[in-house]
Design a protein around this ligand. Sequence first.
Ligand code: PAF
Length: 281
Amino acid sequence: MEVIKTKNELRKLLERERQKGKSLGFVPTMGFLHKGHLSLMERARRENDVVAASIFVNPTQFGPGEDYGTYPRDLPRDIRLARSAGVDYLFVPEADEMYPDNSITFVDMEGLTDVLCGASRPGHFRGVMTVVTKLFNIVKPDRAYFGQKDAQQVLIIKKMVKDLDMDIDIVEMPIVREEDGLAMSSRNSYLTASERKSALVISRSLSDARDSIKEGENRAGFIKEAIRREISTEQNASIDYIEIVDAETLKPIERIKGGVLIAVAVRIGKTRLIDNIKLEV
Ligand code: PAF
């Protein structure tokens, strides 16, 4: 695996691969890799001749007061893990390589970006779309891999790719969970042992919601209230949002029917965690 710091170097190496007729899979990440990221890399490995991944904590997707400065970083460990997952080229640019001083162009979207995480983190998806577009322009992948953990992000990227005629297949992979149900996230590293225990209420409340729906409950309001009640039993949990929406439009629904996304964001202590389930009812 080659570790590359500059856009020009990466472009040159990948151009050489393309000229040999190789297909290219790409996994963009912010590093501090966990099994969720590795599942994306391993799938990219299976489906492509060449695999590129990036590690870049993207400043433009963090709002003021968010955790850009403290976001967990461990490049030596990430390099080992990416290599073991079969990555060929690991792109690890510095912020001024990705955003030179005079960078004033951004990619934005209406509607899908204003709800759920977009409502609590204004500007977040503009930062995500901008950096993903830049990475796509540098890497020029055939396929790019994203996790369902950030369900809204994947939906937005799929729509962006369609709207802007980017010739890239977006592949979505299921959430990878710890044995006790906690969705894997680099931000789990912020949790103390007792917060880690409290955080289990998030996945538990979603899996209880899934059970109620399987048993026939179809009132979104009722399910939301049940999730709210369950999460509120944890003293250090504070709910940012609980939403039940159409999985394609992200519009709130009253009856649970068709493709449905149940998405939550909850602060455990100071750590904001997200989780979701997707259902076809
Ligand atoms: O999901 C992430 O880690 C980031 O939002 C992404 C897609 C790498 C863009 O910075």
